[in-house]
Design a protein around this ligand. Structure first.
Ligand code: ZN
Length: 242
């Protein structure tokens, strides 16, 4: 709940939204906060059973349960089908962890439980990619680095279990098997031009003779330098044999 932007927020050149359905009007608990204090993104699991046993309706069912029982809330919940449900606007303090974490973090929940292995998480590629799109959106909007951190290392991405050091919570989700590295990779998206450039440099060095040479080889590429070495050795060998 709160008075954030409409269903299709536009930030600079980015027009992508970060949710597929908006249920923020249903959550009547929590309270307003300033988005100026946001320092990171906190990952949670529904603890409603393993991801593999969930269906496309699980995330909405858990959301309805939370509304009905007032047992907790997040900013966004992502289902195993990749559907992103906005539970609360960013300018609303949710009931996700202890007070400190509720005040300064954005809370993202995925369907599954903390006992899942890395392999069980990686099998939920659709959900991980959808969660990463939310992470990326928040990262761009609030200048949050795309890296896994402890709460002492914020800003960044942490888990509910990391917030236990602040007190007020004893939860251990999303669990040791949760693939933060994959989430971060997906959030970062395709690699930038720096990587192909490096590959091209290596190719240029190995290729003969169109590449850019090394000063150590008097301007020769590695290929050229090896060829010159071979010529010299062959010549010397002939001298020795003679
Ligand atoms: Zn949690």
């Amino acid at each position: 709940m709160g008075s954030d932007d409409g269903p299709t927020p536009t930030i600079g050149a980015m027009s992508e939204t970060y949710y597929d359905s908006d249920r923020s009007d249903e959550f009547g608990f929590g309270g307003p906060r300033s988005t100026a204090g946001i320092q990171g993104i906190c990952i949670h699991t529904t603890e409603s059973g393993k991801s593999a046993t969930a269906t496309s309706s699980t995330a909405d069912a858990v959301t309805s349960y939370q509304v009905r029982t007032r047992t907790g809330s997040y900013h966004v919940m992502v289902g195993v089908d990749g559907k992103r449900i906005r539970q609360n606007t960013d300018d609303w303090a949710t009931w996700s962890t202890g007070n400190q974490g509720n005040n300064i973090l954005l809370h993202l929940c995925v369907v599954g439980n903390a006992e899942q292995t890395r392999w069980e998480w990686l099998a939920q590629d659709t959900m991980l990619r959808a969660a990463a799109s939310v992470v990326r959106y928040w990262s761009d909007r609030y200048d949050i680095p795309l890296r896994k951190v402890s709460v002492a290392e914020l800003p960044g991405i942490c888990g509910h279990d990391d917030t236990r050091v602040w007190g007020g919570t004893d939860h251990t989700d999303p669990g040791p098997g949760f693939p933060y590295d994959k989430l971060v990779d997906y959030a970062k998206g395709p690699t930038t031009a720096a990587q192909p450039d490096l590959v091209q440099q290596i190719v240029d060095q190995l290729r003969n003779p169109a590449g850019i040479g090394w000063p150590q080889f008097v301007g020769n590429t590695i290929g050229d330098a090896l060829a010159a070495l071979q010529t010299t050795l062959t010549t010397r060998l002939k001298t020795l044999v003679r």
